[in-house]
Design a protein around this ligand. Sequence first.
Ligand code: E4P
Length: 218
Amino acid sequence: MKFFIDTANLDQIEEAQQLGVLDGVTTNPSLMAKEGITGKNNIMKHYVDICTIVDGDVSAEVVATEFNGMVKEGEELADLHEQIVVKVPMIKDGVKALKYFSDKGIRTNCTLVFSPGQAILAAKAGANYVSPFIGRLDDVSTDGLNLISEIRHIYDNYGFETEILAASIRHTMHVIDCAKIGADVMTGPLSAILGLLKHPLTDIGLEKFLADYKKGNS
Ligand code: E4P
C-alpha cells in the first residue's frame, strides 16, 4: 500500500518524507488556501517545492470546469515537473479531460469520487488514480469504507489498472481498514500516519528493556 500525505504544508511533507515511508503527496485548492498559497505563480512554485521534497507522485488539481480550460491547466501543471499528476474532478468535462490526458500520456488522479459508477467512468477514461472520499461519506452517515470495497471488487472483475487512492482519510483506523480491503494507496494527514506507530505495550516494553540494560551496565 502506498502512503501519500494529504497536505500542502511543506514542514509536514518534509517530516513524512524523513520517516522514509512516503510515496507521494495530494493537494487540493482548499489545502493550498489553508497554507496561504494564492495566485497562479505562487501556486505553481509551491507544487515544484513539494516535488523537490518528496520522491513520488504529487497531485495538482485543475480549477477549470470546462474541457478546454482543464486541458490548458493540466498541460501547464504536467510541464512543471515529472512527478506531477493532474487532478481532475469527476464531472462530465472532467471525464473527457481524463481521456484526453490519458491519450497524451499525462498522468491523472480523478477526484471527488463518491460512487462506484463514478469510479467505473474514471477507470474507463484511463485515470491513473481514482480518489473515493471516504471521510466525507462517513460525515453524511454513509459507509465510506464500503465504497472502497465496491470499487476494489469492480476493478478486480475487469482488471482495471486505475489505482484506488483512498482519500479523505481522517484517522489511523481508516488507514488500516483501507489496507485490509486492498486500497492501492491512501492519502491522509500526518497524524493518521504517525498514529500507526502507537502502542502502549511498545512504550512499556522499551522502558523495561532500557531500565534492565541500565541495571546491568551501571
Ligand atoms: C484528496 O485528494 C483530497 O485532497 C482529500 O483527501 C480531501 O480530504 P478532506 O475530506 O479531509 O478535505
